[in-house]
Design a protein around this ligand. Structure first.
Ligand SMILES: [Zn+2]
Ligand SMILES: [Zn+2]
Ligand SMILES: [Zn+2]
Ligand SMILES: [Zn+2]
Length: 107
């Protein structure tokens, strides 16, 4: 497959298949879907990561629809990230666990 360009999942532009970020729209993991926690490649219809067990469908914090755990909600396109409430941290991260992955403060 090396050398053949493949369409980005978000913008459908053809990009190199080993891209970690789409050079056109900036989407992370533009071709292969990866677990947000362990980076294991996953299939779009899996309910859980087969490596770390992370549930791959979450309720969008904005519209409430059950969406695939991706950068953005499939329905309203809002980013599926929460900011750490710690004013010294403020790290934006996927809502994987109940605590900030950096400082450990409850989200
Ligand atoms: Zn793209
Ligand atoms: Zn995983
Ligand atoms: Zn949404
Ligand atoms: Zn934090």
């Amino acid at each position: 497959m090396a050398g053949y360009k493949q369409p980005c999942r978000k913008c459908d532009n053809f990009i190199p298949p080993d891209s970690n970020v789409c050079p056109v729209c900036g989407k992370r993991d533009p071709i292969t879907v990866r677990c947000p926690r362990c980076r294991n490649p996953i299939d779009g219809n899996w309910q859980k990561c087969n490596c770390c067990g992370l549930p791959l469908f979450i309720n969008c914090p904005k519209c409430g629809n059950k969406t695939f755990f991706d950068d953005c909600c499939q329905y309203c396109d809002s980013p599926l990230l929460v900011a750490c409430p710690n004013p010294k941290c403020r790290l934006e991260q996927p809502p994987i666990g109940s605590k900030c992955i950096k400082c450990g403060k409850p989200l």
